[in-house]
Ligand binder design. Structure first.
Ligand code: WT7
Length: 630
C-alpha cells in the first residue's frame, strides 16, 4: 500500500517482516476498530471462552466506573490453561525457565495446569475463597506464576509485590489489601547474592495483622525462621493428598476482580489498581497478539518482572491466553558477565525480546563485542517499555541486537491501562524514540490546561478519550481517589499523568511524568514514599525527593533533608539514610544522593515545590515563583 511520506528519521519494515506479519495494513485494522469500536472488541472476545456470553460490550451507565462484557461469565485462568488442554497445545511448552545459577525448568500447558490446580487446592485448604486477597512476594520463579493463576482460578484477588521492594512497602500493601495469605519465597538470587525475602516478610508481618497463613517456596535454601502454625513449606503442602486433585475454575462474572497492583501516584500512599477478569483478559489477549505477533512456534521472552504490570499482562496472562511459549529468566542481565542475555537468546533461540530502555542502555555500555559473540539471528521482533527510549539506545538495540532487521515495538502504557495503548505493530514505519500511534480503536489526545488539543509538535497533557476493555476499574478501597485522580481534570477523559507531543504524522512522543512520580530504571516510585521513609528515621525532620537525569537509569533519586535540631550532618549519616530508604522501601528506591539543607522551597499552603528544587539542581530557570512562600 502506498505510504505517505513521513517526517523525520523513519525505519520502514523490511519485506520479510511484512511477509511474516499477521497484520499487514495497520490503517485497515484501525479503521475497522474506529468505526465499530464495540464490534472490534467483541470480535476479539469471541476468540476466548465464556461460560456465558455478555449482554452488553460496554456499559457506560455509571461513568467513570465503566464496565465491559456485562452479564458474561468467564475465568481468565480457565482461558490461560483449560482451553489449551483439549487441543494439541496440551503438550506444548507454556514456560521454560532458567535460574541465575543455571537451574532449568520447563512446563507444558498440561503440567502448568497441574501445578496451578495444586496450588489452588493448597490455598483452598487455608480457607481462601472468592474475593479474598492473597499477597505474593517472590523472586522471578515459576511458582510465582502458579500462585497468580491459582488465585485467579479460585476468584481470589492476587496482589503481587515486587521482590525488589522491602519491609515498609510490603507491610503497607499487606495492610491495605487485608490479605489473608502471603506467598513468599525464602530468598531470591540477585547478582549471585541471596536476598532474604522471608526475613523481610517476617519484619513486615510483625507490623501487619491480617495475614493468617504464609506459604514459603524454597528457592535459595538459606536458613530462615518458620513460625509454627503460621508458616508452611510449599513443597510439604504439595506432598499432601489434596495436592493431587484437580480444581475446577470458579465461574466468575466478567467484572469480578482479578488482581490488585499497587503503584505510585501523585501524593500519599501507593494506590491499589484493580483489574477484572473479563475486560483485562480481552485487552491483554488482543494487544499481545497484534503487537508482538506471536506465531505458534515462537519462543517469546518478556524480560520484565512479574511483580509489575508488564509481567502480569505480558509474561503471565497475555502469552498464556495466546497459547504461547514463554521464557522466564531469574537473574540480572549482566550476571556473571554482560553477555548473559545474549547467551540465553542464542541458547534458546528466542524470537521476540521485550525489555526496558534502562536494560538496553545498561548493556549498551559494555560495547558491541559482547552481543557480537552470539548468534542472535533467531530474533524477529524487539520491544521496549517503561520510559522514553533515547534514539541512540533505540538505534543500538535495532542495529546490534536486531541486526538492523527487527522492528522495535516501543509500547506506551501504564499499570492503570492494563494493555499497550500507544504502540507500533510490526508492519508500521518506525521513528526512533516514538511509540507511534494509539492502538487501533483508541482515541487519545494531547491537550493544554483548558483541555484544548494543542498543535502538532507542541507539548501538552496526554489524555485518553474513550474507555477500553482492560482499563482499571477503580482504586481498591478508594473509589473517590479513582474519580479525582484520573477523571476530574478533564471530565469524561482519562488523565495519564504524562506529557507528550504528537507530530504531523500522528506519532506520539512521550516526554515524561507531570506529577510526583519518578521513573527510576523504569520502576515507578512516588516522591511521597521516599520522603516518608526518610522522615521515619529518627534524625530527619523534613525531606524532599526529586528525580534527576541519569545515563542508565533514566532518572536517579536526589533527596534534600532537613535534620532535627542538634543532629549533625555527616557523610556517614547520609549513607545511613540511603540505607534506611533501601530497607524501608526497597533497593530500587535508595537515593543516589542526599543533600542536607536548612530549608525547603514551599508554597504558601505548605507544599514542597519540587520543581524549584529540580530547576536549581539542574541550573535552569525555575519558572513561575509567584506561589513561593519565601
Ligand atoms: C508510566 C507508567 C506499562 C509498563 C511499565 C510501566 C512511562 C511506560 C513508556 C514508553 C515512554 C513510558 C510513562 C507511564 N512509560 N512506557 N514506551 N515510553 N514512557 O508501567 O509503572 O504503571 O508506569 O511509565 O510515564 O505513565 P507503570
Amino acid at each position: 500500500m502506498a505510504q505517505k511520506k513521513l517526517s523525520g528519521e523513519v525505519f520502514l519494515p523490511s519485506k520479510a517482516v511484512i511477509e511474516k506479519a499477521t497484520v499487514k495494513d495497520w490503517d485497515v485494522l484501525n479503521k475497522r476498530a474506529q468505526e465499530d469500536y464495540e464490534g472490534f472488541w467483541s470480535a476479539e472476545a469471541e476468540n476466548l471462552h465464556w461460560f456465558k456470553k455478555w449482554d452488553k460490550v460496554l456499559d457506560e451507565s455509571n461513568k467513570p466506573f465503566y464496565k465491559w462484557f456485562t452479564g458474561a461469565k468467564t475465568n481468565i485462568a480457565y482461558n490461560c490453561l483449560d482451553v489449551h488442554l483439549t487441543t494439541w497445545r496440551r503438550n506444548k511448552l507454556a514456560f521454560f525457565w532458567e535460574g541465575e545459577n543455571g537451574d532449568f525448568k520447563s512446563y507444558s500447558y498440561y503440567y502448568l495446569n497441574k501445578y496451578v490446580c495444586r496450588f489452588a487446592n493448597i490455598l483452598k485448604s487455608m480457607g481462601v475463597v472468592k474475593g479474598d486477597r492473597v499477597t505474593i512476594y517472590m523472586g522471578r520463579v515459576p511458582e510465582l506464576v502458579f500462585a497468580m493463576l491459582a488465585c485467579a482460578r479460585l476468584g481470589a484477588i492476587h496482589s503481587v509485590v515486587f521482590g525488589g521492594f522491602s519491609v515498609e512497602a510490603l507491610h503497607e500493601r499487606l495492610e491495605d489489601s487485608k490479605s489473608k495469605v502471603l506467598i513468599v519465597s525464602d530468598g531470591s538470587y540477585v547478582r549471585g547474592k541471596i536476598v532474604d525475602l522471608k526475613g523481610i516478610a517476617d519484619e513486615a508481618l510483625a507490623r501487619a495483622a491480617t495475614v493468617e497463613h504464609v506459604v514459603v517456596v524454597k528457592r535459595t535454601g538459606h536458613d530462615i525462621n518458620m513460625e509454627a502454625g503460621r508458616d508452611y513449606w510449599y513443597h510439604e503442602l504439595c506432598a499432601l493428598p489434596m495436592g493431587n486433585q484437580g480444581c475446577e475454575a470458579e465461574v466468575l462474572d466478567a467484572e469480578d476482580p482479578l488482581f490488585l497492583l499497587y503503584t505510585s501516584g501523585t501524593t500519599g500512599k501507593p494506590k491499589a489498581i484493580l483489574h477484572t477478569h473479563g475486560g483485562y483478559m480481552v485487552g491483554t489477549y488482543a494487544s499481545l497478539k497484534y503487537v508482538f505477533d506471536i506465531h505458534e512456534e515462537d519462543r517469546y521472552w518478556c524480560a520484565a518482572d512479574p511483580g509489575w504490570i508488564t509481567g502480569h499482562s505480558y509474561i503471565v496472562y497475555g502469552p498464556l491466553l495466546n497459547g504461547a511459549t514463554s521464557f522466564m529468566y531469574e537473574g540480572a542481565p549482566s550476571h556473571p558477565y554482560p553477555n548473559r542475555w545474549w547467551q540465553l537468546i542464542e541458547k534458546y533461540g528466542i524470537n521476540i525480546l521485550y525489555t526496558a530502555p534502562t536494560a538496553i542502555r545498561g548493556l549498551m555500555k559494555y560495547g558491541d563485542a559482547w552481543p557480537q559473540r552470539h548468534d542472535l539471528s533467531s530474533l524477529r521482533l524487539l520491544g521496549t517499555v517503561g520510559e522514553p527510549i533515547n534514539p541512540e539506545a533505540w538505534k543500538w538495540y535495532h542495529r546490534v541486537i536486531g541486526r538492523g532487521e527487527c522492528p522495535i515495538m516501543d509500547t506506551w502504557w501504564q499499570t492503570e491501562t492494563g494493555m499497550f495503548m500507544i504502540t507500533p505493530m510490526p508492519c508500521v514505519p518506525l521513528k526512533p524514540g516514538s511509540g507511534g500511534r494509539p492502538f487501533p480503536g483508541l482515541i487519545m489526545d494531547v491537550v493544554n490546561e483548558d483541555g484544548e488539543s494543542v498543535k502538532a509538535n507542541e507539548e501538552g497533557f496526554l489524555i485518553i478519550k474513550r474507555p477500553w476493555p482492560s482499563m482499571m476499574r477503580t482504586i481498591y478501597n478508594d473509589p473517590e481517589r479513582y474519580v479525582n485522580q484520573y477523571w476530574s481534570r478533564y471530565p469524561g477523559y482519562y488523565l495519564t499523568g504524562d506529557s507528550a507531543r504528537r507530530d504531523e504524522d500522528g506519532y506520539y512522543w512521550i516526554i515524561g511524568r507531570v506529577d510526583d512520580v519518578i521513573k527510576v530504571s523504569g520502576y515507578r516510585l512516588g516522591t511521597a514514599e521516599i520522603e516518608s521513609a526518610l522522615v521515619s528515621h529518627t534524625s530527619v525532620a523534613e525531606a524532599a525527593a526529586i528525580g534527576l537525569p541519569h545515563e542508565v537509569k533514566g532518572n536517579a533519586i536526589h533527596c534534600f533533608v532537613i535534620l532535627k535540631e542538634g543532629v549533625e550532618a555527616t557523610p556517614q549519616l547520609g549513607e545511613e539514610l540511603r540505607k534506611h530508604v533501601g530497607h524501608e522501601v526497597g533497593p530500587i528506591a535508595r537515593p543516589e544522593n542526599i543533600e542536607f539543607v536548612s530549608s525547603l522551597p514551599k508554597t504558601r499552603s505548605g507544599k514542597i515545590m519540587r520543581r524549584v528544587l529540580k530547576a536549581k539542581a539542574l541550573g535552569v530557570d525555575p519558572g513561575n515563583l509567584s506561589t513561593l512562600e519565601e
